[in-house]
Design a protein around this ligand. Structure first.
Ligand code: SF4
Length: 298
C-alpha cells in the first residue's frame, strides 16, 4: 500500500560490506533512485581493508554528488578495555567458574552502529542540536538496508521508528549475496570484503585464518585483546568466569582455527563466487541485522 507521506530524505545505512556497497554504487550509477546520503557507522575497530573500501566508496559517491556521513559512538576496542567507560557488551564466549559455557550479551551493534546512525538520520531530518532528539512533524527518511534474498529472515519491524521508513532494494531486485558479488566483480570491486570488528567473537575459523595469514598486525591486535578480556574486559564478568574471542573458549593464539568447520566443508565449492563469499563463515556485521551471528540472550 503506498505511504501517505512522501519521504523527506532517502538515506542508506551502510556497513561498507558487500551488499551495502552494491546499493550505494547502484545509486551512484543511477540504477536506483538518487540517495540524499549514505551513513556509515564506524566502530573504530574495522580492518584496514574495510576503511580503504569506505574511502573508495566515499570518493565514488562524492563524484555522483552523494555525501557519505561517517558517524561514531567511540572506539569499541578502547571502550571495552576502559573501566571508566560505560560498557557496551561484546558477545564474548564465556567459561563460567563451574565449568559451564555461556555467552556475553551483544549490545555493541546497537550502541556503536544503530544509535549513531539513527542520531544522524534525526539530525538530517532537522532535529535540533545538541541532542537531535525530536524530528519535526511530517519529516520521514526512507532508509535503505542492504539485505539480500538469502537474508530475508533478517527483515524485521521490531525496532520501528516514527521517522524512518525502511526499504530493502536488493530484495526488490531479487539479488542474492552471490549476485551482489558478481555485480561487484563486473565493476572492478571484486576485492570488497566483509565488514566486522577485528576482534569480533563471531568470526569463523576461515576469517581468523585469513587474518593470521594475511594481516599479522590485526591478528596480533586480536590476540592482545583476547588476552585483555579474559576477566571480562572493562568491568569484569558478573560471575567471575573467563571470556574468550574464539568459540572453543581457548585463548585465540592457541585456538584450533586451522580446523575446517562442518559449515565450511559443506559449503566448499569450485565456484569462484562461493570462494569469494567464504561460505561457511559468518557474513559480517550490519547495523540492522548483525550478520556475524544470531542474537544471544544475556
Ligand atoms: S562486528 Fe562483532 S564486535 Fe563489532 S559491532 Fe558487530 S557484533 Fe559487535
Amino acid at each position: 500500500m503506498p505511504h501517505a507521506i512522501a519521504p523527506t530524505l532517502r538515506l542508506q545505512s551502510c556497513g561498507a560490506g558487500v551488499q551495502s556497497t552494491v546499493l550505494a554504487l547502484m545509486a551512484a550509477e543511477g540504477l536506483l533512485p538518487r540517495l540524499d546520503g549514505v551513513v556509515f557507522a564506524d566502530t573504530g575497530w574495522e580492518p584496514a581493508q574495510v576503511y580503504a573500501q569506505v574511502d573508495r566508496l566515499a570518493a565514488v559517491l562524492a563524484d555522483a554528488g552523494i555525501p557519505m556521513y561517517r558517524v561514531s559512538a567511540g572506539n569499541l576496542r578502547t571502550d571495552s578495555l576502559d573501566p571508566t567507560h560505560r560498557f557496551a557488551s561484546v558477545p564474548y564466549y564465556v567459561r563460567n567458574p563451574d565449568g559451564t559455557d555461556g555467552m556475553g550479551r551483544r549490545q555493541c551493534t546497537a550502541e556503536y552502529k544503530l544509535k549513531p546512525i539513527n542520531r544522524k538520520v534525526r539530525e538530517l531530518l532537522g532535529a535540533a542540536p545538541p541532542l537531535y532528539r525530536r524530528v519535526p512533524a511530517g519529516r520521514v527518511a526512507e532508509q535503505w538496508i542492504g539485505f539480500s534474498t538469502d537474508e530475508i529472515h533478517r527483515v524485521s519491524d521490531h525496532d520501528r521508528l516514527s521517522y524512518v521508513r525502511k526499504r530493502y532494494p536488493l530484495l526488490e531486485l531479487g539479488m542474492s549475496r552471490k549476485d551482489c558479488l558478481r555485480w561487484l566483480v563486473a565493476r572492478g570491486w571484486g576485492s570488497t570484503v566483509k565488514s566486522a570488528c577485528i576482534g569480533c567473537p563471531f568470526h569463523g575459523n576461515a576469517q581468523w585464518r585469513a587474518m593470521r595469514d594475511q594481516h599479522p598486525d590485526e591478528w596480533a591486535d586480536a590476540i592482545a585483546f583476547d588476552t585483555a578480556i579474559r576477566k571480562g574486559g572493562a568491568r569484569g564478568l558478573p560471575l567471575h568466569g573467563q571470556a574468550f574471542l574464539h568459540r572453543s573458549r581457548i585463548p585465540l593464539a592457541l585456538a584450533p582455527i586451522d580446523r575446517v568447520t562442518r559449515g565450511e566443508w559443506a559449503d566448499r565449492s569450485p565456484d569462484i563466487f562461493d570462494a569469494l563469499a567464504e561460505l561457511g563463515d559468518p557474513d559480517g556485521c550490519s547495523p540492522y541485522g548483525c550478520r556475524s551471528g544470531a542474537a544471544v540472550a544475556a
